[in-house]
Design a protein around this ligand. Structure first.
Ligand code: ADP
Ligand code: ADP
Length: 226
């Protein structure tokens, strides 16, 4: 079955910028999928619409069969989002940030604590659970956002430029972690402008440019053409 089905997705921002001009995308359940493209291509807009942070102009989006126009809450509960900007409260302790996120999904506090421990340990942040988020390095903040996105155990994890500005060692350990949770069954979609990142991690890829998805292919067949 499909984790994500996008048809004819169009977005015109106020002011007239046509960020998306009829994008079609299919992501299968269990896939590790990259949306690859240069800055300004429309990647963040696509993700914003999937997560209903941005209104679309036209087209349809289904997340595990849940249409975001008709069945928004069901669609949202399937998704964990790691946005590009650090959007947590910098003055909250790391552990609280993850536990409180679970609260938004109605997960009780005991289970939330267990989940927070599981994911903070896996992301090597457990030692920092009492530390205020602002004290973390950039790479640690990224990992905190991944732990927070996983606490409701979403079927689909979406990451917008997850390793932008992260040094190579931390990037590699994040790749390893993402590969592991994908192997455990979580569908992953990430945006990147690094071909290398898509190449290392992803099974399928769409190239987006000027608001159009121009390729939609298996990673290995793309590499043969280059
Ligand atoms: P990417 O994530 O691939 O860098 P974006 O989706 O952020 O691309 O942007 C696609 C296009 O839409 C760009 O031309 C960008 O300048 C424009 N854009 C993005 N957000 C807005 C906005 N809030 N208002 C107007 N134009 C925007
Ligand atoms: P460190 O202490 O590990 O050097 P920094 O906080 O200086 O971490 O940032 C590391 C990287 O994270 C930077 O290269 C920067 O591009 C990125 N970064 C910093 N702040 C933000 C932010 N608010 N949103 C997204 N990326 C950020």
């Amino acid at each position: 079955s499909n984790a994500l089905t996008i048809r004819g997705l169009t977005k015109t921002y106020r002011g007239g910028v046509q960020a998306l001009k009829g994008v079609d995308l299919d992501v299968r359940e269990g896939d590790f999928f990259a949306l690859l493209g240069p800055n300004g291509a429309g990647k963040s807009t696509t993700i914003g619409i999937i997560c209903s942070l941005i209104n679309k102009t036209a087209g349809s989006v289904e997340v595990f069969g849940h249409d975001i126009d008709r069945d928004l809450e069901a669609a949202k509960s399937c998704i964990g989002l790691v946005p590009q900007e650090f959007n947590f409260n910098q003055f909250e302790p790391v552990g609280e940030i993850v536990i409180n996120q679970a609260g938004y999904y109605g997960i009780d506090r005991k289970l939330a604590r267990e989940r927070a421990e599981t994911y903070l340990r896996q992301l090597e942040l457990w030692d920092k659970r009492h530390v205020m988020a602002r004290e973390l390095s950039g790479g640690m903040k990224r990992r905190l956002m991944i732990a927070r996105a996983l606490v409701h155990e979403p079927r689909l994890l979406i990451l917008d430029e997850p390793t932008a500005g992260v040094d190579i060692e931390i990037r590699r350990s994040m790749w390893k972690f993402l590969s592991k949770i994908n192997a455990q069954g979580t569908t992953i979609i990430l945006t990147t402008h690094y071909l290398e990142e898509a190449e290392q991690l992803c099974r399928h890829i769409a190239i987006i440019n000027h608001g159009e998805a121009v390729e939609h292919t298996e990673m290995k067949s793309l590499l043969m053409k280059l």
